[in-house]
Design a protein around this ligand. Structure first.
Ligand code: 5AD
Ligand code: SF4
Length: 467
């Protein structure tokens, strides 16, 4: 390849951890063609919007971002759109948004460096021709657009370099896509069928992370419990293998599906000391009829069996969930079943969202007689119950001493340190800023002095540093 000059790339990431992990892969791939991160799109040569389509108005939001960026962009710089909106909307998006220079879907992200170079070349050509044409009074040149969306998945998942933003914990993709077809969900369309990475490949990546000094890893997938089904292994086996990697102190995983979560998996988490006793298991609704229409393939009873087994083996485990409010046709009684579920389960936290119709999904074509006001009323109510439950749950940490991985100064108050306890809850710690550096990246003993629904407060124990 010819010598390239160094350039700057800015990436704005919307949505879930999967997108954050994809952005880290993009930084890694782009470094190979001499693009280095910048914190501001104002001085970027390439600005990438990594989009999320899980909620409504995603395409409009993409348009308004790009419109704003176009007005502010450095002359000659490029704007790219990646992620789920790109995959979902396809080439229509470059027609609708003329100021996008490059569009790439989720299935062919590994092609990013090649496509960036193609866009750069086309752009240079267009500017050269444009100025010629301008001289001939033929008007302004048309912005060339590069768009590549693969409908089909590649046969092999190409390995790409990753450049991580987080210093002390790292996301590791173990499975891409999802085999479920929940009737409200766009993910099967934007991310495709499930594909597991091999155990050897995952382990290799984690060994590399341990060698770089990472202490914690978070295994990522839309449905981690489905791991291995397509390659003749299972998630519990992967966890045992990963657990052997020396240097890694904590292992977490997201997201679980109640239908594929096994008792063997729960026993494995209970047994292996480095595994965080933390489970994110979306329930989506507390009523069996609604669950059926969502095509979730479990009942509330089955969900509770899992929760009870987790609590039996790990009484202190943290459990979080997701709930959709106002699914088409959800009656008030059915909604109240979700509220009851929150109370019965006793979540440490639970994300809620008002149902939003997504293109290409069955539920989007169903009648939905519930008014927006009613839905907003429901979500406000369930959120208040969740806050109460989470606050009650948090009290069990009060007065205890926890092992906390210190991530850095707190974003809200830089005079404090921020870290996470073993079951994932955030802790803010009073600590003289001059002393911060000696604790960041270490696992410290912290005494919990306050507990509210969202975070804990604590102070470093007398001999805080463990590792
Ligand atoms: N409307 C509202 N919430 C949704 N989610 C997924 N699809 C939709 C939708 N169409 C929520 C689910 C999922 C989380 C990531 O987003 O609760 O678990
Ligand atoms: Fe979407 Fe359902 Fe798959 Fe989760 S399990 S990603 S909600 S289709």
């Amino acid at each position: 390849m010819k010598q390239r000059t160094k350039k700057k790339v800015y990436i704005e990431t919307l949505g879930c951890q999967m997108n954050m992990a994809d952005s880290e892969r993009m930084f890694g791939m782009l470094e190979e063609i001499e693009y280095y991160p910048t914190e501001s799109m104002l001085d970027a040569d390439l600005s990438i919007l990594n989009t999320c389509s899980i909620r409504e108005h995603a395409a409009a939001k993409t348009g308004s971002y790009v419109g704003k960026w176009d007005k502010q962009r450095k002359p000659g710089s490029l704007i790219a759109v990646t992620g789920c909106v790109a995959q979902q909307e396809g080439e229509k998006l470059v027609k609708d948004i003329r100021t996008v220079d490059l569009l790439i879907g989720t299935h062919n992200l590994h092609r990013l460096p090649d496509l960036v170079i193609e866009a750069e070349n086309l752009h240079e050509e267009a500017i050269a021709n444009g100025s010629k044409e301008a001289k001939l009074n033929k008007g302004i040149y048309k912005r060339p657009q590069v768009a590549e969306i693969w409908e089909e998945l590649p046969e092999l998942i190409p390995e790409t370099p990753v450049s991580r933003k987080t210093k002390h914990f790292a996301w590791v993709n173990i499975i891409y896509g999802c085999n479920y077809k929940c009737t409200y969900c766009i993910v099967p369309k934007t991310r495709g069928d499930q594909r597991s990475r091999s155990i050897a490949e995952v382990k290799q990546e984690i060994k590399g992370l341990a060698a770089e000094g990472y202490k914690e890893i978070v295994l990522l997938g839309q449905n981690v419990d489905g791991y291995g089904m397509d390659i003749g292994t299972n998630f519990a086996t992967l966890l045992r293998e990963v657990h052997e990697v020396a240097g890694i102190e904590r292992i977490k995983f997201l997201t679980s599906h109640p239908c594929d979560m096994t008792y063997e998996l729960i026993e494995t988490v209970a047994e292996l000391p480095k595994l965080a006793k933390y489970f994110h298991i979306p329930i989506q609704a507390g009523n069996d009829e609604v669950l059926k229409r969502m095509a979730r393939r479990y009942t509330f009873k089955r969900y509770m069996e899992l929760i009870n087994y987790i609590r039996k083996l790990m009484p202190d485990a943290s459990i979080t969930g997701d709930i959709i409010v106002g699914f088409p046709g959800e009656t008030h009684k059915q909604f109240m079943d979700s509220v009851k579920a929150v109370e019965t389960i006793g979540y440490d936290a639970c994300n809620t969202a008002v149902y939003s119709p997504r293109p290409f999904t069955p539920a989007a074509t169903w009648e939905d007689p519930i008014s927006a006001e009613e839905k907003n009323e429901r979500i406000r109510f369930i959120n208040s119950v969740i806050t109460e439950t989470a606050e009650k749950q948090a009290q069990r940490f009060l007065g205890t001493v926890q092992d906390v991985l210190i991530e850095g100064p707190s974003a809200r108050n830089p005079a404090r340190l921020m870290g996470r306890i073993f079951t994932n809850k955030t802790v803010n710690i009073d600590c003289d800023p001059e002393e911060h550096d000696q604790y960041i990246g270490k696992i410290c003993k912290v005494e919990i002095t306050k507990a509210n629904a969202w975070a804990l407060r604590g102070q470093l124990a007398k001999t805080p540093a463990l590792v």
